[in-house]
Design a binder for this molecule. Structure first.
Ligand SMILES: [Zn+2]
Length: 317
């Protein structure tokens, strides 16, 4: 039976239910935890996060994948208590959001060192929490092209994915030619990789989403809800209907089996105010109703939010 690592232990993939595949319990730039301006008490963090996860559960949400990465505020003991109290399965990640969020200790490490570190977090556990990572995060640094450090991290992630069977999820799908070349070089099947943020307002134009799907990669439309219609939209926002149409076009072109969707929201942002009015529950409150209104049937919605994430997250023995 295929299994998935959650912070409270491995579970059968059939038990994941509806999955939010790219989300954050809390995300901040490295070092934000040292800035007293932004300190939050444990009470504040729980108060901001628990109602969102409870609501997610009430809506029928099963699993929340936290892709916060090393150095960006990942806090696995906290995730364990959130999961136990709310009943939401939480999957934690190893890896980095991008080379530019890796602190110097990791930025200077070799591919071999990074590989062993990722494998340890997947097979032994993250720190002393005993929780094993269920996915590997990698990403393209700001600037639009993969840096040498990004490439080292991608290569280490590919090796760790091959050794452990855990999949890779990317921050940004731009410069995919370089990413795919590394995955080919390391003989990692591309259906083990979810190329994320294909839909954001900055990168959608530059992302070769159908080409990635044709190569066998999975494609993440995972910034749903960062709409220009928000009160104070972030720079990566996009008009709601434009993103939805883009997504419908992609699945209409025969790529449903490669498509995943999520909201990339922060339950409790660290070191920045976050984006007001946007939560993981956009999936239930806006996205799924929008899909139904556009004529998408229930079987397709199940494929997108249950079957595709289960296939992606299942550890390949
Ligand atoms: Zn994210």
């Amino acid at each position: 039976m295929s299994r998935v690592n959650t912070v409270l232990g491995a579970i059968p993939a059939e038990e994941l239910g509806i999955v939010a595949v790219h989300e954050h319990i809390g995300y901040g730039m490295p070092g934000s935890e040292l800035d007293t301006t932004w300190w939050k008490t444990p009470e504040q963090r729980y108060a901001e996060t628990v109602p969102k996860l409870r609501k997610f559960h009430e809506y029928g949400g099963g699993t929340f994948v936290d892709v916060t990465g090393i150095c960006n505020g990942r806090d696995v003991d906290y995730y364990k208590s959130l999961s136990a109290k709310t009943g939401v399965h939480i999957v934690a990640c190893t890896g980095f959001v991008g080379g530019d969020t890796a602190l110097p200790f990791f930025a200077r490490a070799s591919v071999e060192y990074l590989t062993e570190h990722f494998v340890h977090e997947i097979t032994v556990g993250i720190g002393d929490t005993g929780s094993r990572a269920g996915v590997i995060k990698v990403g393209v640094s700001r600037g639009g092209r993969m840096t040498e450090l990004d490439k080292r991290i991608y290569r280490a992630a590919a090796r760790a994915a091959r050794r452990t069977g855990v999949p890779i999820l990317t921050h940004l799908a731009i410069d995919a030619e370089n990413a795919i070349a590394i995955f080919h070089d390391e003989e990692l099947p591309l259906d083990r990789v979810l190329f994320g943020h294909a839909d954001d307002g900055v990168n959608a134009e530059k992302t070769r989403d159908t080409w990635i799907a044709e190569q066998g990669g999975r494609v993440g439309f995972d910034t749903f809800g960062y709409d220009t219609e928000l009160e104070d939209p972030p720079f990566w926002a996009r008009p709601r209907t434009e993103r939805l149409d883009h997504f419908l076009r992609f699945i209409g072109q025969g790529h449903l089996d490669k498509a995943l969707a999520s909201a990339d929201a922060n339950c409790s942002p660290l070191g920045w105010p976050g984006v007001k009015g946007h939560t993981v529950n956009y999936i239930f409150e806006d996205l799924i109703p929008d899909l139904r209104a556009a004529g998408v049937d229930e079987a397709t919605i199940t494929t997108l939010f249950v079957d595709n994430p289960a296939a992606f997250l299942s550890i390949q023995a």
